[in-house]
Design a protein around this ligand. Sequence first.
Ligand code: NDP
Length: 277
Amino acid sequence: MTLSDIKGTVTLNNGLEMPYLGLGVFKVQDGSEVINAIHYALDAGYRHIDTAALYGNEEGVGRAIKEYDISRDQVFVTSKVWNSEQGYESTLKAFDKSMERLGFEYLDLYLVHWPVAGKYKDTWRALEKIYQEGRVKAIGTSNFLQHHIVDLVQLANIKPMVNQVEFHPRLVQQDLIDFCKKNAIQFEAWSPFRMGEIFKVKELEAIAQRYNKTVAQLIIRWDLQKGVVTIPKSVRKERIISNADVFDFEISQEDMALIDALDRHDRIGSDPDNFNF
Ligand code: NDP
């Protein structure tokens, strides 16, 4: 990943350009809260928004982009099919509903939100159909471990372009990163700040101080230097701006290794091998 600025992209395995830094909007209220957050982000130069049917704010995401003076093709938008909608026909319907709420002609990236046992292969067939019809520019998985991906691609006609999983200094999953890289599947981080909990890890402060940066900026830069697409969430203008101010410094190899060493295989979210929702 060559890092340039906030509008910089990675090229997915189908040639699509995906901005490597985006805004996450999980737990952001539909309506003015999500619209304001997206407008702060677009003002700051973000060109990538990560939502999901589950988040209940697709309508606001669509409105925020339509109301802003920017053409649709300048913003990369991800959504996801929720677990209760998985299966072939129900995923096709869920996609239509998401598109209605977003008010878009096409989506940039559609993900299988979780690897629901017995269902995710049928869900994937639906994503392949939507992709082949040109209604989405890329398709991928979320919360898939290596064995889920191996299982999926055995029958798939199209390989996932992205796998979005929990990733932060307490949960690195280097094996999964390496596997995705080897298979040209872009690794994407969710909860890069461990939902805010990462700020309790004292060692990060000393490292951030060496670069005169905040811990948040250090973590986002670490994500990007590891080749990981990242989507930090904030609803606050000053944080949205400062979280993206990460292109004027470079973390040394030694400090990258120090941050890697904070890994405790410690999830804040559910285990993809053991979830019941
Ligand atoms: P994050 O790890 O991005 O952390 C967000 C928290 O950190 C919020 O409480 C936010 O508060 C706070 N925060 C943001 N910036 C700063 C800062 N500079 N200093 C101090 N605190 C800060 O959590 P998320 O779980 O939201 O993950 C990011 C995105 O990943 C989600 O929004 C969603 O799009 C995606 N996601 C995907 C999942 C999946 O299953 N595929 C699961 C979970 C998330 P405030 O808003 O008040 O600034």
